[in-house]
Design a protein around this ligand. Structure first.
Ligand SMILES: C[S@@+](CC[C@H](N)C(=O)[O-])C[C@H]1O[C@@H](n2cnc3c(N)ncnc32)[C@H](O)[C@@H]1O
Length: 401
């Protein structure tokens, strides 16, 4: 029988395939391409939204103001995104000693640790390794609840390891089995000098997650909890599954997955919109005045640059790109021209439409990793382990015996 993960992966990939050109490529790079007329019409619907309506759309992927066809597309996305959610049964930080030991951890980190410790509350963990554990927040909390078991926190950053050791000296030195720290670099086909029964990897970026899962595949470990992040850093390690589509996720697709569900208040959105308007108009200027068609890296550290007029912004960027300057009048006239305004708006709203596919791309990456393990007879499943409003990268691959 096929697992729920297998079926959902099939459903998601069948759904996203027709939208391939929307998620696989960056909209700006494709200019002046025209997209499927339905997508163009949906982007046009979004362009009538004010920032609060757009913010609601980006958080919920629905709006009574959208056409029924667009809403049906969004309903399918919401249904495909809906997955098993983990519920915390007790707040571990109610314990005063642990609360004290884990001081100075952010509310987000506390939430993540709370969920993971709760997840393993009915499992007797033993011989735990916390890959890329940083300063060891998770290791610390687990060592409190699984005091019989040694815990090793591995990371390649010596500074973080030293900070972790200091925290343990200060707050946990009298615990039965406080975490140990070791400098270790996770890589493809890595080996450890002894066997561990429990493998943890919280927010291990890019390929690191796949290297840990491959290690689990070939080990006799019984328990696993792995949450990936920074999908855009993945180089070549998204598993191909027999019988599934041969998607080659582009860097743009992986970046879209990494950004999925970034919170946007109406105020954030208004700022983002202004940044995009300048950025996209400038890219269009590069194409029309200089024949440059490759998208440039245009981040600016000047905070107020988007508050000044476009000419000022454009001259600053031209200088950074070592291109000849243009007069203020030429630049302002370009920016104000109805054609450029219309085109930059179109690109921006197509981008907001594209965002609706981000979570499905993320899920398909995580589900591929999960089904790949299931295909080697590992009893694992995917779980939405954190509250997504608190910790966006919340899809875990778990297995506990
Ligand atoms: C996003 S942080 C996660 C830290 C911790 N697990 C947590 O959730 O708080 C990623 C960690 O990976 C570590 N790291 C990056 N590359 C690594 C590698 N190749 N081997 C081991 N650790 C690595 C970094 O030093 C950093 O502590």
């Amino acid at each position: 029988m096929k697992s729920d993960e297998y079926q959902r992966l099939k459903d998601i990939e069948d759904f996203i395939e027709p939208f391939h050109d929307l998620w696989q490529y960056e909209i700006l790079n494709e200019h002046p391409r025209l997209y499927n007329p339905h997508w163009e019409a949906w982007a046009c619907e979004l362009s009538r939204f004010d920032p609060s309506e757009l913010s609601f759309y980006l958080q919920n992927y629905q709006s009574p103001k959208l056409s029924s066809e667009f809403n049906n597309y969004l309903k399918d996305i919401r249904e495909l995104q809906d997955w098993n959610k983990f519920k915390i049964s007790q707040d571990i930080f109610k314990n005063a000693e642990l609360h004290h030991a884990c001081r100075k951890t952010t509310p987000k980190k506390r939430h993540e640790i709370n969920c993971i410790v709760n997840y393993f509350s009915n499992t007797k963990l033993d011989q735990i390794v916390d890959f890329a554990g940083g300063v060891g927040h998770l290791s610390q909390a687990l060592s409190f609840y699984h005091a019989h078991s040694p815990i090793l926190c591995l990371d390649c950053d010596e500074n973080l390891l030293n900070l972790g050791k200091k925290r343990v000296e200060n707050y946990c030195s009298d615990w039965k089995s406080p975490p140990q720290f070791e400098n270790f670099s996770i890589k493809k086909d890595m080996e450890l000098n002894k066997e561990y029964k429990t493998l943890l990897g919280l927010h291990c970026c890019g390929d690191l997650t796949q290297y840990i899962l491959d290690y689990f595949k070939n080990s006799r470990a019984q328990n696993l909890l792995s949450v990936g992040c920074c999908y855009h850093k993945i180089t070549d390690s998204i598993p191909q599954i027999p019988g599934f589509k041969n998607f080659q996720y582009s860097l743009y697709a992986k970046t879209l997955a990494t950004r999925s569900h970034a919170p946007s208040t109406p105020k954030d959105l208004a700022i983002r919109f202004q940044v995009k308007k300048y950025r996209y108009s400038f890219e269009l200027l590069l194409r029309s005045e200089f024949g440059i068609t490759e998208t440039s890296t245009l981040k600016s550290s000047l905070k107020n640059i988007y508050k000044n007029n476009f000419a000022n912004y454009a001259r600053h960027q031209l200088e950074r790109l070592h291109l000849p300057s243009l007069s203020s009048t030429t630049l302002e006239n370009f920016y104000q021209s109805p054609l450029i305004k219309k085109e930059s708006n179109r690109l921006i709203y197509l981008g907001f439409l594209r965002q609706s596919l981000g979570r499905l791309i993320e899920m398909s990456i995580v589900l591929r990793r999960c089904v790949d393990l299931q295909n080697t007879n590992k009893e694992v499943s995917m779980l939405e382990i954190f509250d997504r409003d608190i910790s966006q990268r919340n899809l875990a691959i778990v297995g506990a015996k």
